[in-house]
Each structure stands twice: as structure tokens, then as C-alpha cells.
Design a protein around this ligand. Structure first.
Ligand SMILES: [Ca+2]
Ligand SMILES: [Ca+2]
Length: 284
């Protein structure tokens, strides 16, 4: 009789969701910026604020800041979204955000060592993209991807080498209020501010397999962020491959209704910007 129960246990274990990646919260550190997070894959982390770039060491100490990142831009700008770092360079999605949508959308490249401006390439307005909330470098697919917080039906693809517009990928279903994007092994991960903090709903991570052919991709649920101290506004994300970590940026304390600040929640005297560090446990 015992072997029957043992066999049943093994079958249930094999079928019972062990194929999912697990994320175990290891630590949380506070940062100055409220938008994005990236890493050089070694010892440095990069944080974007709406109008600034910061560098942190692995213990969360701030090393460097560029609080005037728009000075050399040809196009007028007032907003940086989630960022990425690739080959010694920071890739930032920058725009002029006003009245609930973006214009002058561009990917701006900064030196990861000095935070100095290097170059910029504009978006293709005919793509239909009306906002940039995040940028990911995807070297497996030779692509730069941009998310759109206003209309998330598509993620927009640019050539990593030339910066030229390649096309857009239709997301099915659409993660609501996309805030960040990262590429890992040619797969896209998107954070969505889809939990309403007014109702204490948590925000989520979504996974997008980039198809070899075709214009559309399927989106699957990857993680609910149940570990945050208070529900709020999720922002950017990044993977640190060598350390096996996922880092997720999140804001809490400020009441934000339909994108507009409406004061602070009880118990808060200011909005807190934090990075949550998770150990990524690959399925066995
Ligand atoms: Ca954002
Ligand atoms: Ca939220």
C-alpha cells in the first residue's frame, strides 16, 4: 500500500507547479530615485529618478549621481523611466510627459562609469507608441525594447546596434499600467502597476516569450508582489545573472489616483523608494 501513496506523492510533486521559478525576498534597500533599476552585472546598481541617475554599490550605498541628465539633449525632456545597462552603457527611456502622455520619446545612452551623456536616438512616432515607461536591452534578440504606460498593447522593438525601429510586439493579454521591463535569456519580464493601492491590491510581474516569427506574443503571470510592506506603485526591475538575483523597484506612502498624486497615506510623512532583492530559484 505504501508504494501506491509514494507513487501518488511523486506524481503530484512532478505535476504540482514545481516548474515555476520561485523568488525569495532577501533584502530591501532605500534609494533616491522613484523610477528604475539596472545593474552592470558585477558590483554596481543603477537607479533612475524622474530627472536623475544614481549609482549604488551592492550594499545600497550611493556612489555617484547625475542630477542634470537632460542638459545635452536636443529634445526637451522631463521624465526618465526604467533603465538598463549593457556593455558599459546606461540605456534610458526619456520623454516629455504632460497631460497623461509622452512626446519627444527617445532612448538616451549614458556612460555607466561617469553617468555622462553619450548619444540618443529618437522613437518612431508612426509606431503608435505614446509613452516610454521602461527600456530593456535584449542581447539574445539584438533588440532594445520599450514599454508604454499609457497604452500597453505593444512593446516596441529597436535594433541594438543601429537604434533603428524594427517593429512592435502585440501582448496578449495586456498587462495594465506597465512600469518596467527586463530581458533574460531572450524572454521579457514586465512589471505592471496593476494592483490598486486604494484597495490594497498587489502589483505583478508578467513574462513574455518573444516568438521567433509573427507579430504577437502570449503573456503569462510570473509573480505577485505580496512581500512589499505596503501596496503602492511598482516601477522598474532588473536581473543580476551572476548573483542569481531579481531586483524590483517600488514606491510606497504616496496616494496616487489615476496617475495623480493625492497626498500621503496615514503613517507616512514622505514617499519611500525601495529596491527589493529576490533570490531567483530556477525550477529543478
Ligand atoms: Ca515609472
Ligand atoms: Ca500599484
Amino acid at each position: 500500500m505504501r508504494w501506491i501513496w509514494m507513487s501518488l506523492f511523486l506524481v503530484l510533486t512532478a505535476c504540482g507547479g514545481r516548474d515555476r521559478t520561485e523568488y525569495e525576498l532577501r533584502k530591501v534597500f532605500e534609494v533616491a530615485g522613484r523610477q528604475g533599476i539596472a545593474t552592470d552585472g558585477r558590483k554596481r546598481f543603477y537607479v533612475s529618478g524622474s530627472t536623475a541617475l544614481y549609482v549604488y554599490d551592492k550594499d545600497g550605498n550611493q556612489l555617484l549621481a547625475n542630477e542634470d541628465p537632460f542638459r545635452e539633449l536636443a529634445l526637451k525632456a522631463n521624465h526618465i523611466g526604467d533603465i538598463d545597462v549593457h556593455d558599459g552603457e546606461i540605456y534610458a527611456g526619456i520623454e516629455w510627459f504632460e497631460d497623461g502622455r509622452g512626446s519627444n520619446i527617445q532612448v538616451v545612452v549614458y556612460d555607466a562609469e561617469t553617468l555622462a551623456y553619450k548619444r540618443a536616438f529618437p522613437w518612431e512616432p508612426d509606431s503608435g507608441q505614446v509613452e516610454v515607461s521602461g527600456v530593456a536591452v535584449d542581447d539574445v534578440n539584438d533588440a532594445i525594447w520599450m514599454t508604454d504606460w499609457v497604452d500597453g498593447r505593444y512593446v516596441y522593438r529597436y535594433d541594438l546596434e543601429t537604434g533603428a525601429y524594427v517593429g512592435k510586439l502585440h501582448l496578449r493579454p495586456v498587462p495594465q499600467w506597465q512600469q518596467g521591463i527586463a530581458a533574460r535569456d531572450g524572454v521579457l519580464y514586465i512589471t505592471a502597476d496593476d494592483g490598486d493601492a486604494e484597495d490594497d491590491e498587489v502589483d505583478n510581474l508578467w513574462r513574455v516569450e518573444v516568438p521567433k516569427e509573427g507579430t504577437a506574443a502570449y503573456v503569462t503571470h510570473e509573480k505577485a508582489f505580496t512581500e512589499f510592506e505596503r501596496t503602492g506603485e511598482i516601477e522598474g526591475l532588473t536581473f543580476h545573472e551572476a548573483a542569481g538575483l531579481l531586483l524590483v523597484h517600488h514606491n510606497r506612502g504616496k496616494r496616487i489616483v489615476l496617475g495623480m498624486p493625492k497626498g500621503l497615506y496615514p503613517g507616512y510623512e514622505r514617499e519611500i523608494h525601495e529596491v527589493h532583492v529576490y533570490k531567483v530559484k530556477r525550477p529543478r
